[in-house]
Design a protein around this ligand. Structure first.
Ligand code: HEM
Length: 422
């Protein structure tokens, strides 16, 4: 590809690269060779196709996450592609005013809301859910095992429902509506981090309106009837003087009803997909299930659910020696950082005994570090423990097609076909 003189929207500092080193922002099939080229050849690259500085080395990604005063998260939930007129109208008419629960908020507002959320979002809350999570995992696997052809799909048979039921229970939402919440979440992922045309946005706009109305309804129900769940906790905290408005509680629910299952579905699917394609390591877990938590961290490093997240420079600054002008937006590619040789020896190798796998950046870093990381890991651990206990002979269907959805941030395998011995 020849070098092009492309106009940087910020007018200084950035020059379009001769090529993009194979990096395709929305393509998630196999981004890893391009990630390596980016790290090696242009670790901070301005990509004029999306308007972001693409940051791919571990130290740079971590440093940006860590410096919230210079790099704000206010663009983390902004639509990558501008919303079309019709979608905007549908959302306005439907009273859609949801804002990010936490991840796109800045201190001091972020500090205030996170303090309230953290109190309601205690490990105690989800520890009590552990037996139900285990039972649910076991029931879902049992159903899969009933297939007379001995064919299953870990994505649709296990990973889809397990964390969704957990978060709906935690929040006090209707657990018989898994498909509805999944549909709304798909719409949110596509409308925010997808590359949709104006026409494609329309059905998703309707879904977002319904999704937001449900979040507001849940807050009203908690005011009227209390409830031994997270929504009830947040409303009680407000009544006891915690500084949080109903709109902020509804916005938190709007975040959790997406973040609380979407990425865990992917994590569970990835645990099976990656481990079963490294059969020797699956067998090690069959022999020693105590190694499962470390294996989950290595899956998060090697194949994270979120491969890229955004930040915005608040002042003229620099990343990895490259000037970044005030107002510029950055795409922090954690998927690339997690395979940086400078941090992880033999970084392209999947190895459940890697001593520093936990240093991955898949949950971010700093003040916005994922609030649900322990719940996500707990569910992946249980999902694996139950699978390994019940079906040690599980294996991937030979040459499975694993299409990944097109998305800027979420790398989602849509199927993990498996079989097992009788
Ligand atoms: C594998 C599963 C998960 C992954 C990979 C993941 C990843 C992330 C990432 C990358 C961030 C942004 C960090 C930053 O901006 O620095 C984040 C924030 C967040 N996550 Fe997760 N997450 C997962 C599961 C969950 C679960 C299960 C919940 C809730 C039940 C959750 C709730 C949140 C919340 C509320 C934030 C915003 C925190 C803040 O801004 O202070 N996440 N997560």
């Amino acid at each position: 590809m020849s070098a092009q003189a492309t106009q940087c929207p910020f007018g200084r500092g950035a020059e379009a690269p001769a090529d993009h080193h194979g990096f395709e922002p929305f393509q998630q099939e196999d981004p890893f060779p391009a990630y390596q080229r980016l790290r090696d050849e242009q670790p901070v690259m301005y990509d004029e196709r999306v308007g972001y500085y693409v940051v791919s080395r571990y130290d740079d990604v971590k440093a940006v996450f860590d410096d919230w005063a210079t790099f704000s998260s206010e663009n983390a939930q902004a639509p990558v592609r501008e919303r079309g007129a019709e979608a905007r109208q549908i959302m306005e008419d439907g009273g859609f005013t949801a804002y990010s629960g936490l991840s796109a908020r800045r201190p001091p507002e972020h500090t205030r809301i996170r303090a309230v959320a953290q109190k309601a979002f205690t490990p105690r809350r989800y520890k009590v859910l552990e037996p139900a999570i285990r039972q649910n995992a076991s029931d879902l696997l049992e159903k899969m095992l009933n297939d007379p052809q001995r064919h299953g799909d870990i994505f649709s048979d296990l990973a889809y429902e397990l964390p969704t039921v957990t978060i709906l229970t935690l929040i006090g939402a209707d657990i018989s509506s898994v498909d509805t919440f999944k549909r709304w979440s798909d719409s949110r992922a596509a409308m925010t981090w997808g590359d949709l045309s104006d026409t494609e946005q329309i059905p998703h706009a309707h879904n977002l309106v319904a999704y937001w109305q449900e979040c507001q309804r849940l807050v009203r129900v908690a005011h009227e009837h209390g409830g031994d769940n997270l929504t009830g906790d947040l409303v009680r905290a407000q009544r006891q003087g915690a500084e949080i408005s109903d709109h902020e509680i509804a916005s938190l629910l709007y975040s959790l009803l997406f973040a609380g299952h979407e990425t865990t579905t992917t994590l569970i699917a990835n645990c099976y997909r990656v481990l079963l394609s490294h059969q020797d390591q699956w067998c090690r877990l069959v022999e020693d299930s105590k190694a499962i938590p470390a294996a989950v961290d290595e899956v998060l490093r090697y194949s994270g659910s979120i491969v890229a997240w955004r930040r915005k420079a608040l002042i003229d600054t620099e990343v990895g020696g490259v000037s970044i002008p005030e107002g510029a937006e950055l795409l922090l590619v954690m998927g690339a950082a997690n395979r940086d040789e400078e941090r992880f020896e033999n970084s392209e190798v999947f190895d459940i005994s890697r001593p520093n796998a936990r240093e991955h950046l898949s949950f971010g870093f700093g003040i916005h570090y994922c609030l649900g990381n322990m719940l996500a890991k707990l569910q992946a651990k249980i999902a694996l423990e139950e699978g390994i206990r019940r079906i040690p002979t599980l294996r991937l269907v030979k040459n499975p097609e694993t299409p990944f959805r097109e998305n800027l941030s979420f790398r989602v395998p849509t199927t993990v076909p498996v079989t097992w011995e009788a």
